[in-house]
Design a protein around this ligand. Structure first.
Ligand code: FE2
Length: 182
């Protein structure tokens, strides 16, 4: 019997590494539309967030994806850095988020357009119903690292969120976290 390495390595408060890891990077120039207003002081090449993913072998029921979302503590005219946000194309597919470091919010929205947030902090674990839209928001002063596990056949339905956007926006101002109507 052989004893071998898995070829993947995940440092809890660090990166995910291995041959199968795919890395993507969202720059401000490609994220401007998520925010209430354009921040002319922010370099369009600013890295807003990164995602490291190990995709399941097939995009079929029973296969899993594993990833880290790493959101940098960038503000856009005071609005906190956030992911694009999506529904799953296959609403039967759930997801878990597990925070490794930093602080933020997980904004969710049901199919009736009702939205709310869960507090995200080191160790917090979040179950996401397959019917809920979800978006991560970094409200802190350091990187927010969130580990994600979901069905590889879930898909991302960004258009559905663009047509039915979240109703609230999160800002960090001198007096702290401020929630505004979108
Ligand atoms: Fe998701």
């Amino acid at each position: 019997m052989e004893i071998i390495d898995s070829g993947l390595f995940h440092v809890y408060e660090g990166d995910l590494s291995g041959e199968k890891v795919e890395r993507s990077c969202k720059l401000y120039r490609d994220a401007m539309g998520f925010y209430k207003s354009v921040d002319e002081t922010l370099d369009p090449d600013t890295v807003m967030y990164e995602v490291m993913t190990v995709n399941g072998e097939k995009k079929e029921p029973g296969y899993l994806n594993w990833a880290i979302s790493l959101l940098h503590p960038v503000r856009v005219n005071g609005e906190c850095c956030m992911t694009r946000g999506h529904f799953h194309k296959n609403t039967e597919c759930e997801e878990y988020y597990w925070c490794a470091s930093g602080e933020g919010l997980l904004m969710m929205m049901d199919e009736n357009g009702h939205d709310w947030c869960e507090r995200v902090h080191k160790g917090s674990l979040h179950h996401i119903n397959g019917h809920y839209a979800h978006r991560l928001i970094n409200t802190g002063e350091e990187d927010l690292r969130v580990i994600c596990c979901w069905n590889s056949n879930a898909g991302h339905d960004y258009k559905r969120v663009e047509e039915n956007p979240f109703k609230h926006r999160i800002f960090r101002k001198r007096r702290g976290i401020v929630i505004e109507d979108a």
